[in-house]
Design a protein around this ligand. Structure first.
Ligand code: ADP
Ligand code: MG
Length: 712
């Protein structure tokens, strides 16, 4: 990028200097531009502040006051209470923090604090802050502390008090407290804003159409808002930028994948699709019909399909995939379905064979445990185009697997296969196949578009009618015996059950021990008459498969398992699931687990055992109250936050998104996506002068991702 003063080290800004510059590194601030991009943590609207003189018992209020005196009071019961007297221009009040004596070291006399909480009656009025921030540190000398800060301003900044003023709080450190950051912005913001429009990449017309401010307006609103609403306008612009550049990387990847070389133009003869349709004992749901139109539409066009099919457990994804497979086959191409584990591949093969029985179409199964001779035969048939449909595991992408005419690849359970593996499904027989990725883990649309923006998205958001929902019960561990009684009743009726234990990676060995001990206890003490099996992640793959198979075939009544049963296992006879320490699972994970029961005719139960505190208990209650996987996924996103869900997508310390919030920026994301795709369609190399800036910023922000995708 052209040299800009914004690229110079932050140390050259006013009020910074080498020592502070060093401390700023901890906040990931190295350059002047980084300072500008330091995202405020919160805004407090000063117009919501109550004057101390006006505080009344029973109010819940925000107060700004200066610490006049402070100290720790011991009580007779041994509780230590930190108290500070806060003063503003109208009066004084005692603020009281029971059980937090350490605050005595944090707060100094002269500090100005913003505190929120109830006003109680306690030797007169007393404020009990729920939370507080120091909005202004006491200047040197006043709240005497050892040492001195040579870079500290000599004068105390007057606190803005005009109505409508907003207090901005930043992520800070001990060495760089709030007031230092505020002072830095105060001294430098104008100069930085004068430079930042040099980064502008949005034409005015586009910006206006999307109601986005210019960059300098945005940063002014972000750091110096007149109202919280204005701060939000600033954030929105910067969120757009983040989403836009991510979508741009993905649009480039998509272009590479689907437009650089033409895709297969499948021809719909209905020779196979119609008989399948006619053999079904039910009609397709509206969502299935819609999604099928999207998929078949891609396939008959001459662009390569790269589509992500999302749907809740049991929404009927396999059937949709089968129609796509039949379109490929009736046009003379081969199709492959790839699953992450052997047992899932087997299940898919069984399901497909079942559905294809009336059509008399064979389905081959290729996994690591298919023995040499049988494997050779399959490979030969694939090479010689005698085998139209194959289901398998990673075994399908070994070097010696050659297809005569591979036209379609369906990948089940996206998250187990990475970007690279999908790309390894290269060319067989002259053309790169169309790709349909299926996932049974519902995620909110905004998250799907962010994580898999290079794919087109199809959502199956409707379950076939006539399902009996799984009843979900939330119980304290003290009810365990009663729960076991319920399990025993289900087993006595010929059903099967799961008992699931969480396996937390950090303490894997301990947890494993706990699960193993519980297994022993259940086997010998609780259900001595029953056949009990154990399944956990540390077992060898063939051992796992053996246990799973025994359970599926009814050789085991009860399966004690860690989360390895999470994905896709289909045992219709299993009707009860008990989940221990339910609070340790994410909601989406619980939903996956629960999806393992209620797959047959038996009335089914999912019992969550938990000793969770109030917050987690509420979370579990949300889960117990709905079986809508997308609603649960949205709640999960809201509760856990997006950072947690990105996992491996993060590069270095950089959060993937600092301004954008996927729980509320979906519209913005769709705008960003449209713009990014439009640009790539018009100028796939980003080589026209109009896109020079876009291209520079993209390279600066996403070099790693561009490399991963081999684009740019
Ligand atoms: P998923 O793969 O999304 O978990 P499946 O494709 O395995 O779901 O479908 C679950 C069950 O529902 C299967 O037994 C399937 O035959 C049945 N099914 C699929 N579509 C419908 C429909 N439209 N109406 C009734 N049952 C359906
Ligand atoms: Mg096509």
């Amino acid at each position: 990028m052209e040299y800009s003063r914004l690229d110079s080290p932050v140390q050259f800004l006013k009020g910074v200097g080498p020592r502070r510059a060093d401390h700023l590194k901890k906040l990931n601030i190295g350059t002047a531009r980084d300072l500008l991009y330091h995202v405020p943590r919160r805004y407090d609207d000063a117009s919501t502040i109550t004057r101390i003189a006006d505080l009344k018992v029973g109010m819940d209020a925000n107060v700004i006051g200066t610490v006049r005196s402070k100290g720790v009071l011991p009580t007779r019961k041994g509780l230590r209470i930190f108290q500070a007297v806060l003063q503003d221009e109208s009066g004084m009040i005692t603020a009281s923090w029971p059980g937090q004596p350490w605050l005595d070291r944090k707060l100094r006399e002269g500090d100005e604090v913003l505190a929120s909480g109830p006003v109680k009656f306690f030797h007169g009025r007393q404020l009990h802050p729920r939370e507080f921030t120091v909005v202004e540190r006491a200047p040197r000398g006043e709240g005497a502390e050892a040492g001195g800060d040579p870079e500290a301003p000599t004068e105390r900044r007057p606190t803005p008090r005009a109505a409508g003023t907003v207090f901005v709080s930043y992520p800070s450190t001990d060495a760089i407290p709030q007031w230092v950051l505020r002072a830095m912005f105060e001294k430098n913001l104008e100069a930085l804003l004068a430079e930042i429009d040099g980064d502008e990449y949005l034409p005015d017309a586009v910006r206006r159409e999307l109601s986005l401010p210019t960059l300098s307006e945005a940063f002014r609103k972000l750091h110096l808002p007149a109202t919280p609403a204005e701060a939000e306008e600033g954030r929105r612009r910067l969120a757009f930028d983040e989403l836009f550049f991510l979508q741009l990387v993905q649009a480039l990847a998509r272009h590479r994948e689907q437009e650089e070389e033409p895709g297969i133009r499948f021809e719909r003869t209905n020779e196979l699709i119609r008989p399948l349709h006619e053999s079904l004992p039910f009609t397709l749901t509206g969502a299935q019909a819609r999604v099928l139109r999207e998929i078949l539409g891609d396939m008959v066009s001459d662009r390569r399909m790269n589509r992500f099919l999302q749907g809740d457990v049991g929404a009927g994804k396999t059937l949709v995939a089968l129609f796509a497979i039949l379109l490929a086959v009736e046009s003379g191409w081969q199709a492959a379905l790839m699953a992450p584990t052997e047992i899932l591949a087997e299940q898919h093969a069984l399901k497909l064979r079942d559905l294809l029985e009336p059509l008399e179409l064979p389905v081959a199964l290729l996994t690591g445990s298919v023995p040499g001779k049988a494997r050779e035969e399959i490979l030969e048939s694939l090479r010689e185009n005698r085998l139209p449909i194959v289901v398998g595991t990673h075994a399908l992408i070994q070097d010696d697997v050659r297809f005569a005419q591979l036209g379609l690849v369906v990948v089940d359970e996206q998250h187990r296969f990475g970007v690279r593996q999908r790309m390894a499904l290269g060319e067989h027989g002259g053309r790169r196949p169309d790709v349909l990725v299926m996932s049974a883990t519902p995620i909110p649309r905004s998250l799907a578009l962010t994580l898999y923006g290079e794919l087109d998205l199809s959502i199956l958001d409707e379950l076939p009618p006539g399902r009996t929902p799984v009843r979900t019960l939330l119980r304290r561990p003290s009810a365990r015996d009663e729960v076991y009684g319920g399990v025993e009743r289900a087993l006595a009726e010929g059903g099967q059950a799961y008992v699931v234990y969480p396996l937390v990676e950090e303490s894997e060995d301990l947890e494993l021990k706990a699960a193993t001990q519980e297994y022993e206890r259940l086997r010998t003490e609780v259900f001595p008459e029953r056949r009990v099996g154990l399944l956990h992640g540390k077992m060898a793959a063939d051992e796992k498969d053996r246990v799973m198979r025994d359970f599926r075939e009814g050789e085991l009544d009860l399966l004690v398992a860690t989360t390895v049963i999470e994905v896709g296992i289909d045992v219709p006879n299993a009707s009860v699931m008990v989940i221990e320490h339910a609070e340790r699972f994410g909601l989406s994970q619980l939903h996956q687990l629960r999806g393992r029961v209620g797959r047959g005719d038996r009335e089914s139960f999912c019992v969550l055992l938990s000793s969770a505190g109030e917050g987690s208990w509420e979370r579990l209650k949300i889960f117990a109250s709905t079986d809508d996987g997308f609603a649960i996924a949205r709640a999960d996103l809201q509760i856990r936050g997006q950072g947690d869900l990105f996992g491996a997508q993060q590069h270095g310390r950089d959060p993937l998104l600092s301004f954008a919030d996927l729980t509320r920026d979906e519209e913005l994301l769709l705008d960003a996506r449209r713009l990014a795709r439009g640009i790539v369609e018009a100028d796939p190399e980003l080589s026209t002068p109009a896109h020079a800036r876009v291209s520079e910023i993209l390279e600066a922000r996403h070099a790693e991702r561009l490399k991963l995708w081999k684009v740019g």
